[in-house]
Design a protein around this ligand. Structure first.
Ligand code: GLN
Length: 526
């Protein structure tokens, strides 16, 4: 181990506790790594080195010496960090500084973590590649010509390339697990209600969850135990006790039943399929049994998700109007193709006329024009696509045909899982049908992009927890992720199974070559 930034969170914690590592040096090493690699990888939208060092000094002086004392953790740009710009990867929130912390952030701080804000993400978490960020794409540390996955691509890249020791991401349809699998790290989507969503900028409120992205399963358990638990500020957070996830990690899994579903194979890369089969055999060697399970409605999960999620997104995004938050069009109420006739206005309404100014005023400007212009300029193409789709599925006359129907299929998907968990302790699946794809490859084809979430989305629709851990490597040397899904509040079972697998294999020791090399040379070489 040559660098402090390469440590896992639990290793750093042990060293700090024993006095073998100064948190200032640890942060300095992480910031050096950020300076070296972020210009190429763009895991962070922005990093303010001086501000972070000053914040650490203040924390070392009076901060709590909790379970994450002095450990640098990054957070996705959709988690409110008080007084720090938090823009959800969007122009429409550019410049927004929340007046409060998200509960998950508060809990990290209470345990003494050093927060590095602004991990890059797809705009409003809409995407699977981090390419829809208003601030530009993040690159995959294993091959910068490829995407890191999304929408928590900045968080996963930061952890994989040692630009943070751990991270928080959010997952509405796979956005923690898929980037974790593309970047060769661990990512866990908790049960809906396990972690408070207070201060998470909402995408689809019935699906969103905050969760850890880490270098190994122990760190995942540690970070989850910090952020999990009931929060009076989020009425959907569950009043369910938080087990000692770290302490229970090494409890034996002999006798566990691993459910193996018969999945739609369409689009499944054979290397990924083989890696999952081999991983299943590892579980058998560890004393687990495998049982076939049926998830007959999983094939409908993408269609269901793209009704339910876009409906909720269109409602959640209605609040961005240029009045209360972030961006406002600089020429408010100035419709395209028109020019100002006069800067003076009466009664809040302005007049303009067509270019050339020949014809009399044809349009009287109103507050609505300001909203329209702000939203037109503030949202990117994918956000607009989802607002339009969501407004359509919720519209009168179509609500029953789409939204209500979607909710019924969602119930069927949930029942599939309920039945499967009568027969097994965890279901094994690929996380993504392919390893990381190339930048730009799916950007113009939204359907192809949506299909990459086929194996992750159903866990969100059913509200159940799921983890992705490294389980293989493709011919091109790209990581492959395995997903384990458990019954509601079965995070402990997931973590134990994942930990046993990790102990029995070497995949989590693989790291991208870029971490230790000259980034300029790498970018030319790929
Ligand atoms: N890729 C999915 C989408 O585009 C999931 C995103 C997410 O989990 N935030 O909606």
């Amino acid at each position: 181990m040559s660098r402090l930034c390469e440590l896992t969170m639990h290793e750093a914690r042990a060293r700090i506790e024993q006095g073998g590592c100064d948190p200032r040096e640890l942060l300095r090493d992480v910031l050096d790594q950020i300076e070296r690699l972020n210009p190429l990888l763009h895991a962070y939208i922005a990093v303010d080195r001086r501000r972070l060092e000053a914040a650490l000094d203040a924390r070392l002086r009076q901060g709590p010496r909790g379970r994450l004392f002095g450990i640098p953790v990054t957070v996705k740009d959709n988690l409110c960090v008080q007084d720090e710009e938090t823009a959800c990867g969007s122009r429409i929130l550019a410049g927004f500084r929340p007046p409060y912390h998200a509960t998950a952030i508060d809990r990290l701080l209470q345990e003494g973590a050093v927060i590095i804000p602004r991990a890059n993400m797809d705009e409003f978490a809409f995407g699977s590649s981090t390419e829809t960020s208003y601030f530009g794409p993040t690159k995959n540390p294993w091959d910068p010509a490829r995407v890191p996955g999304g929408s928590s691509g900045g968080s996963a890249t930061a952890v994989a390339a040692d630009l943070a020791l751990g991270a928080l991401g959010t997952d509405t349809g796979g956005s923690i697990r898929q980037p974790a699998s593309f970047c060769g790290v661990v990512g866990l989507k908790p049960t809906y209600g396990r972690v408070s969503r207070y201060g998470l900028i909402a995408f689809a409120s019935s699906l969103d969850q905050i969760g850890p992205i880490t270098k190994d399963v122990t760190d995942c358990a540690l970070l989850l135990s910090v952020i999990a638990g009931h929060d009076p500020k989020d009425s959907t957070s569950a009043p369910v006790d938080v087990p000692d996830y770290v302490g229970r990690l090494s409890a034996p899994i002999r006798g566990f039943r691993i459910g193996v579903p018969n999945l739609p194979k369409e689009g499944l890369d054979e290397q990924v399929g083989r890696a999952i089969e081999e991983a299943t055999q590892v579980f058998q060697r560890l004393g687990c049994s495998t049982v076939p399970v049926d998830l007959p409605h999983i094939g409908s999960s993408i269609a269901t998700y793209y009704v339910v999620a876009v409906a909720e997104a269109s409602s959640n995004l209605a609040r961005y109007d240029g009045v209360q938050y972030g961006y406002r069009a600089t020429e408010p109420g100035y419709p395209r193709g028109f020019v100002w006739r006069s800067q003076t206005c009466g009664g809040g309404r302005r007049e303009c006329r067509e270019p050339g100014g020949e014809r009399p005023p044809t349009h009287t400007l109103s507050l609505l024009d300001m909203y329209e212009r702000t939203r037109d300029e503030g949202f990117g193409a994918e956000a607009k696509r989802r607002i339009i789709l969501g407004t359509y599925v919720l519209s009168r006359g179509y609500y029953d045909a789409y939204y209500l129907q979607g909710m019924k299929v969602r119930t069927l998907i949930k029942r599939d899982f309920d039945e499967a968990f009568q027969r097994c302790d965890a279901v094994v699946l690929p996380t993504s049908p392919t390893p990381a794809f190339r930048l730009g490859e799916k950007l113009d084809d939204p359907l192809q992009m949506y299909l990459s979430d086929i194996y992750t989305i159903s866990a969100n629709l059913a509200g159940v927890p799921a983890i992705s851990i490294p389980c293989g490597s493709s011919r091109e040397g790209l990581p492959i992720g395995m997903q384990l899904v458990a019954a509601p509040f079965g995070e402990e079972a997931l973590l134990r199974a994942a930990f046993a697998y990790e102990q029995a294999t070497e995949w989590h020791h693989q790291t991208p070559a870029i971490k230790g090399s000259d980034p300029v040379g790498q970018s030319h070489g790929s």
